[in-house]
Design a binder for this molecule. Structure first.
Ligand SMILES: O=P(O)(O)OC[C@H]1O[C@H](O)[C@H](O)[C@@H](O)[C@@H]1O
Ligand SMILES: [Fe+2]
Length: 185
């Protein structure tokens, strides 16, 4: 049996609710799920007392299977940990596959890292951020309101989170006097 064999899904119309999220399973990531990612460990530990939801990922009913194009809408709530903006865990695709992000609301950025040099793409509603195969990626909310984006990716891409824990993302994204500050790792 091929690794990604799943029952075929029919053509479908995917609707968005008032929050513009596809009607599928929602994954919630709290502060406690982001161990080892923020530079200021003491600030991260202090934030565990309330353990706020940092981001939510709502998925469409399209399966993560070879040949399919699943989508998700991620909402990163505003906030900082020791000056570092709220962000996703970040991952690299174990199978080298590209991915497209479309900014829907709020402001943020797409941080990319190929293990050598980082890249930063500012995101706002209407911006498309392209993630080429082989680049780890993380999203960051650099504003004061929820930052929300649509992602579309090949269903066999997979998610490797350990790569980011081992290699970092090249930059840390901090709140600066004139907007986001990119500090080398
Ligand atoms: O997987 P994370 O690094 O936590 O990022 C959160 C999510 O961002 C996007 O929506 C991706 O398409 C998802 O596959 C990913 O799960
Ligand atoms: Fe991805």
């Amino acid at each position: 049996m091929p690794p990604f064999a799943t029952p075929p899904v029919p053509p479908m119309r995917i609707t968005f609710d008032a929050r513009m999220e596809p009607s599928g399973p929602v994954l919630t990531r709290r502060m406690s799920d982001l161990r080892g990612l923020f530079a200021d460990t003491a600030a991260w530990e202090a934030a565990l007392a309330e353990d706020p939801v940092v981001y939510e990922v709502a998925s469409s009913p399209v399966p993560e299977a070879e040949g399919e194009l699943p989508q998700s809408i991620t909402t990163i709530h505003p906030g900082r940990v020791g000056g570092e903006f709220h962000m996703t865990k970040g991952h690299i695709h174990p199978r080298p596959r590209g991915e497209i992000y479309l900014g829907l609301s709020g402001v943020g950025g797409l941080l990319l890292f190929d293990g050598d040099k980082p890249q930063w793409i500012p995101m706002e509603p209407g911006t498309i951020g392209y993630i080429p195969p082989g680049w780890a990626h993380r999203s960051v909310n650099t504003g004061d309101e929820p930052y929300r984006f649509l992602a579309v990716y090949p269903g066999d891409a997979g998610h490797d989170y350990d790569w980011v824990l081992r290699n970092g993302m090249g930059y840390r994204v901090l709140s600066g006097a004139d907007g986001p500050l990119l500090r080398p790792f």
